[in-house]
Unconditional design. Sequence first.
Lengths: 316, 316
Amino acid sequence: MKHVILKSLAVAGLAAGLSSAAFAQPKTVTIAVSIPAATHGWTGGVVYHAEETAKQLEKLHPGLKVIVKTSPDGAAQANALEDLMAQKVDALVVLPFNSDELTNPAREVKKRGTFITVVDRGLKDASIQDIYVAGNNPEFGRVAGKYFVDNLKQGNVVVFRGIPTVIDEERVTNFEKALEGSGVKVIDKQYANWNRDDAFRVMQDYLAKHPKIDAVWASDDDMALGIMEAIRQSKREDIKFVLGGAGMKDMIKKVMDGDKMIPADVSYPPAMIATAMNVTAAHFYGSAPMRGTYVLNAQLITKDNAKDHYFPNSPF
Amino acid sequence: MKHVILKSLAVAGLAAGLSSAAFAQPKTVTIAVSIPAATHGWTGGVVYHAEETAKQLEKLHPGLKVIVKTSPDGAAQANALEDLMAQKVDALVVLPFNSDELTNPAREVKKRGTFITVVDRGLKDASIQDIYVAGNNPEFGRVAGKYFVDNLKQGNVVVFRGIPTVIDEERVTNFEKALEGSGVKVIDKQYANWNRDDAFRVMQDYLAKHPKIDAVWASDDDMALGIMEAIRQSKREDIKFVLGGAGMKDMIKKVMDGDKMIPADVSYPPAMIATAMNVTAAHFYGSAPMRGTYVLNAQLITKDNAKDHYFPNSPF
């Protein structure tokens, strides 16, 4: 019976004009991708890029199945990982909500022999991961600082910090180091939690306190939106530009269009999930060693290269 | 005329039973790979993996052309990069002989708008590279040290250093750090230039000086071969094992076969050229950000995972 089926498949293949090579069994691999749901802008981008890349990779590798699973919070994501163990998955690509809740569930998945790729936020035990893909936070600050030195040359800058974290500290420390010896001075810096409304309020405070502000390091595109609104309402004209960060679609569009207030951005791409999925698939398809740590560049996005960072169909 | 040709192509396509999707123009990309010729074991592995991966990637991405060019020395490699500029290449993957001779030629290639991936040995100006792929030298030492702590537990170890370089320093420092607080003692360490004959002589010296040696950190598979020969000639039976490094085929085979003197190895894979070619191709095929630094793990290779590191057709 088996023989008969194979034979008729062969006939169908010949009829369709396919070579016998098409009958080589494609390697079957299942990759699960566990990510936060689109609860805010950046994670919305993560979801978009994960789904697009799943399609691209499945097309590229016949036999590959990619399951993208979004979770609304850390506890739900921990449960999602437990559910995955019931299925047979060869690899897990996980962007954890947080290290505390996801470290143990990820360790359990690993114990089943699953290949683990961690993205952006590390787990508490690095030995769990086979691959780690992350953005470059020190460089994010350095690139931004260099932009002020090269383009403002001298003047007063106000700085927005995110949430007190290692990430924020690395960014701000390297921003200030990049300004050393230049005519660019930081006259104020406050936390605004990577939040648009908080940044709006902090910017109102800066505008009230400082009669002359030459430029703003928003350090984040969500915060940049709140800052822009505060500047608009104040009708102040001393501020030459605002530099955000992350690569939000609306901001990249402004850069592309030559908006004078948003002349540039610094990348911290939600598409890093796509990078992680690519290198994970490459582990299974091909013979290259892929286990390691992949730190993506923080790139200065200007009018010249903005189109490489613009994804009009992404929500972010 | 153009119309007629397209029409007859369409007819040929239908005759072959292909769907119209097959007519979507595949994206044309040319990647040049510039590597040292197979002047010694490790670079022989680099050449093998570059050529194998070129075939794999060309099969995966219709429209991709990969040109692998080997050079016998740094000056020849610099000339090879100049020749490449006459051709239209979209990307260059380069494992430089050395930083001094290759930095300027690589910069010139970059100026033409070519995407640059640097492998293993960095250039003097990191801003030239879009991607950097390298081994993890501190981890290479740490993993080896941990192996001695876990398996020898206590005893006298002699250490072989390579050539006085940053790489060697990072390896040895982290090896010794991993031994701290354990019963494993380094009783001697000498340079043997990652060379088999030098290691043979240094091991003869160690054997003459030290009446009791429990294990040897060769730190390199070429050196391990010389060391094994010196031990064999001495007929000494106090040495329990020799730990090399790199992933040489003959050594991996011994690990697979359960050779008591070579129970493990630490990876520093020549196949990192394949990793570099994979991530470079992914930059062109797909939308994931790939610019960054990819540091591959130094992995402990034991009987359990040796088959993943064994390439019987490779010269290394």
